[in-house]
Design a binder for this molecule. Structure first.
Ligand code: ZN
Length: 325
């Protein structure tokens, strides 16, 4: 008999839909100073990019990814979605970031408190809702990005899900996915997995009666939670399937292995393995500098390099201007 799964240990990555790829790079690598940790293609639509940003090591819990869909239809943020993605910055870096945003012309809301931390809310160029949370966080962030290392984004702090019936989502998270409730205020319930630090947190807010979100440019596509290995993933898969969820087989995403299912509120959940990680096909110090393709797409490299627009990656790294320009 199978043993009860230990659930997941926090956020692995968040994937959203962007419009223009260069504008996306300019914002996440340029303004937010994240490192591009992988430049690849959408495995299901290889003539479009799949861009991964994160910390220097490309560690789970820091990985924000985008499918840039160009001029595709705009999404709408609403119920049944991950509505806000929140990154963490050092507790004393809020002043640096508000100044940086003023200089860059990024509009942001008045900073406010949430569960003891200070939160700065803004939108990315496609309308995606993003936050910086000034918080305790021992992770290292990015040393050679466009921001000073000491002020750099550390990774995710938490994500916020807006769902019709928060109880149903909470039940799945606490009974199956390894989360525990840690806080509650103003219609927002916080759950923590693993160590319960930044990157391990999920807020669920009740959105009964709110309009449903719609997938498209400026909306989050899915959130992935992390498991340490294949065995842990299979244990979660078995439990989720036993509860009646329609869960995919294990899919090879080259940098991790994944299963997907929709939680009761409608948000697409992925469970992704920590291994093998982003250094599986290029050295750690060259992450994001080459167009990487999975083995089954290598035969199409010539064509893909022709149709994908070259990207300029803003970074302090001298060797990281794309190689294709
Ligand atoms: Zn994913």
């Amino acid at each position: 008999m199978s043993t009860k799964s230990t659930g997941t240990t926090g956020i692995h990555h968040v994937t959203a839909i962007a419009g223009n790829p260069q504008r996306n790079v300019d914002f996440y690598a340029g303004v937010l100073g994240l490192r591009m940790v992988k430049k690849t293609v959408n495995f299901d639509d290889p003539e479009t990019y799949h861009l991964y940003y994160g910390d220097d090591g490309g560690n789970p819990g820091t990985i924000m990814t985008f499918f840039p869909w160009g001029d595709a239809r705009r999404g709408r943020i609403g119920a049944g979605q991950l509505v806000t993605t929140s990154f963490s910055i050092p507790a004393d870096s809020l002043g640096y970031w508000t100044e940086r945003f003023v200089e860059a012309g990024i509009r942001f809301e008045k900073p406010r408190g949430r569960f003891g931390d200070t939160v700065l809310t803004f939108s990315d160029p496609d309308g995606l809702r993003v936050e910086l949370v000034a918080a305790q966080d021992t992770r290292e962030g990015t040393a050679d990005g466009t921001t000073p290392a000491g002020d750099s984004v550390r990774g995710f702090h938490h994500v916020t899900l807006a769902v019709e019936d928060a109880e149903l989502t909470a039940k799945l998270m606490t009974e199956t996915l390894g989360f525990r409730q840690t806080d509650e205020a103003e219609g927002r319930t916080r759950f923590a997995a693993g160590d319960g630090g930044a990157g391990d947190l999920v807020d669920v807010s009740g959105a009964a009666g709110f309009p449903r979100g719609a997938m498209g440019v400026g909306a989050v596509h899915h959130v992935a939670f992390r498991v340490p290995d294949d065995e842990a993933q299979l244990a979660v898969r078995e439990e989720v399937a036993a509860l009646g969820y329609d869960v995919t087989p294990v899919l090879d995403r080259n940098y991790f292995r994944s299963i997907y299912f929709r939680e009761p509120g409608g948000v697409l959940f992925e469970i992704a393995t920590d291994p093998p990680g982003f250094a599986v096909d290029e050295p750690l110090d060259e992450l994001g500098t080459h167009l990487k393709l999975p083995p089954w797409l290598e035969t199409r490299r010539g064509r893909l390099e022709e149709v994908l627009s070259p990207l300029h990656i803003p970074t302090a790294r001298a060797d990281a201007t794309g190689g294709d320009e």
